[in-house]
Design a binder for this molecule. Sequence first.
Ligand SMILES: [Zn+2]
Length: 310
Amino acid sequence: MTQTFVYFDDCFKGHVQSLDYPECSDRVQNIIELINKKEEFKNIIIKQPNKIEQSLISAAHEEKFVRETLARFPSDDQIVFLDQETPVSKGSLDATLRAAGAGIDAVDAIMSNNIHNAFCIVRPPGHHACYDRSMGFCVFNNVAIAAHYLINKYKFKNIAIIDFDVHHGNGTQDIFYNNSKVTYYSTHQYPLYPGTGDVNEIGVGNIVNVPLTSGTNSDKYQQIFDERIVKKLEEQRPDFLLISAGFDAHTKDPLASLDLVENDFKLITCKLREIANKYCGGKIISMLEGGYDIKALENSMITHLSELQK
Ligand SMILES: [Zn+2]
């Protein structure tokens, strides 16, 4: 059986609680309790992530942007907007540093052979955060920071990031657009926020955008995922898999209109696990991105975790 760590900290509930906002603390309020209740997860170990060092954030982001952003977090009860859709509150600094820190801790745990894979259930999410700006609920790009850490510390040269969030991960694409050590794969509803993710955005041949029309259902999605993502992963033969795990392509999600269900996230995860077993020695780090219907998100995360630990 695969040894899986879940990275979570209660401080993720402290990031922007007070607003009537889709990216709210209810998203992760009950998830640890749900995991602990399930017999099938009795071998899962839940770890508290450390705060990341500033220099590791700056490996993926402009140093000036990182410094200035860290200085903008409020220490009182006011809400500061880093961009139009990215509010931060008093509890957000701790959450932001541990959300990015979860990816770093997971990399170290996998590279010291303690575990095979990890699911980082973090807030704030990361995939819209660009090289030099926060955007769309995302302060820093958690998955991009983990990829840079793999490259810089462990000398990986052929990483795959698979992003199945319903929104295009424009930030991740931006950070790796000219970096052939990372191939970025995204399925997303198009057109939709943030407006990027056209098939013609190909970077240096390392960007694989798969835009989907509104209403795309399970059968169609899985067929496209096999043809466009799995096939290309087989060609790439990556040595490490990172997942931007957003669950807002679920049919119940209020922010988008794809028609996936929990079973689709099971199938996606199963396909990615098979790729990881074949080429990466099973090494996967998955990091939570979107998902805004609370029940659908909880069920989808449970399904994802269940497949990861198989
Ligand atoms: Zn999303």
